[in-house]
Design a binder for this molecule. Structure first.
Ligand SMILES: Cc1ncc(COP(=O)(O)O)c(C=O)c1O
Length: 387
């Protein structure tokens, strides 16, 4: 594994330097084994990308989840997932200490976002969200012809709750407040008490959609808590969305869900597809929920990668937003466009433009080995004044 990583990073140097300089470069950077296999390696590696652009979990799914999914396919792939669906709803409800009626399952949590937007559209709601934030909700809202008001984050990328609140109060219509906490692409949090104060005092025509896709990475951070407690306390204005795509590494399985009071969930449910998840996804999610060893490993791997990356960013004097997620928003010394294409030439997919400025990039944390590979490439970029 280590040799593989080393070799691939050697190949990055080759690409950076251009193929003409290949063997000279190899000789200076590489162990002799690489000099012998360089040409073969170039061909083999040319299709292998390091995807650090979608905030996926590079660790892969829990083995228990994978085995459960395989078994479910073998046994039940030809059957409708009725019992599995209902069983999983009970399990998840117990996990979160809510009733089954408070849960809405989604084919990924984006389906929950879409369902909440569709419900809000029936109420002629205006959408208010920070800029930048995860873009799916804005897209869904605009497709419904809804007005979306983006409220810029401050110079340190902190969400301006006071400004959002003031704008929300000025509307003559219901409002849907979209808050991703921790936020994507900034990776930082909205403080719990500020949010509780806002929600507790907000008029009844406010709906707060709190997207907690990255919740698990922020647990234990000062001033951070899930908004689930407000739902458990009976607040009808709050909807929380969660996903199995991040900490559980199941992005490809499309498993997400929403939580709300029974009253609110009943209003949203008609707009979710319903009966929309499959036996393999259910089995994998169910196994993941009890695989505490995987959960701890997934968190530890992410924390390790974060250390590797922040140390390199510090060393290269590239500013970054302290992150409580599986990605980091960091500054570039060169415009994002040229940086992105050079990274792509070196088989690394990095983020796209997500901030007003062309000098910030969101990079997903890979496994520690992958993050190390990215960091080596970043250092090589700096040597060439590319970052
Ligand atoms: C904030 C946020 N919400 C939701 C999603 C989508 O999650 P899912 O895979 O559950 O649809 C993402 C994916 O990156 C995200 O960043």
């Amino acid at each position: 594994m280590k040799a593989h990583i080393d070799l691939r990073s050697r190949r990055n140097f080759l690409l950076k330097l251009g193929y003409g300089a290949t063997l000279a470069a190899v000789a200076s950077y590489a162990p002799s084994i690489f000099a012998e296999t360089a040409a073969k390696f170039l061909i083999r590696q040319s299709t292998e990308m390091l995807p650090l652009h979608f905030n996926e979990n590079s660790l892969g799914m829990s083995v228990k989840a994978m085995n459960a999914a395989k078994q479910a396919l073998i046994q039940f792939g030809n059957r409708y997932a009725v019992e599995h669906y209902n069983g999983f709803v009970s399990e998840l409800a117990a996990h979160h200490k809510v009733s089954e009626q408070q849960l809405i399952l989604g084919n990924g949590s984006t389906e929950i976002l879409s369902a909440v937007v569709t419900y809000a559209a029936t109420q002629n709601a205006v959408v208010i969200e920070p800029t930048p934030t995860f873009g799916a909700l804005k897209g869904y809202s605009e497709n419904h012809g809804m007005k979306v008001i983006g409220v810029p984050v401050d110079d340190e990328f902190i969400i301006d709750i006071a400004a959002m609140k003031a704008i929300a109060l000025k509307q003559n219509t219901p409002v849907l407040i979209n808050l991703c906490n921790p936020n994507n692409p900034t990776g930082n949090i909205v403080k719990h008490q500020a949010l509780v104060n806002w929600i507790s005092n907000a008029p009844d025509n406010h709906i707060f959609l709190i997207d907690e896709a990255y919740y698990d990475y922020a647990v234990g951070i000062d001033d951070y808590q899930s908004m689930l407690s407000m739902i458990q306390a009976g607040n009808d204005k709050v909807v929380v969305s969660r996903t199995f795509s991040k900490i559980y590494g199941m992005a490809g399985m499309r498993m997400g869900y929403g939580l709300a009071t029974e009253k609110m969930a009943a209003l949203i449910k008609p707009f979710a597809a319903g009966f929309n998840i499959n036996v393999a996804g259910i089995a994998a999610a169910s196994a993941s929920l009890t695989d505490t060893e995987y959960y701890a490993r997934s968190l530890a791997s992410n924390a390790h990668s974060k250390k590797i990356l922040t140390a390199a960013l510090d060393e290269l004097s590239l500013d970054y937003v302290p992150s409580h997620t599986n990605f980091i928003l960091h500054r570039l010394g060169k415009p994002l466009e040229s940086y992105t294409s050079k990274m792509l030439e070196n088989n690394i997919k990095v983020g796209r433009k997500m901030t007003e400025s062309p000098y910030w990039n969101r990079i997903s944390l890979g496994t520690p080995d992958q993050t190390q590979q990215f960091v080596e490439t970043l250092r090589a970029f700096r040597e060439r004044d590319w970052v």
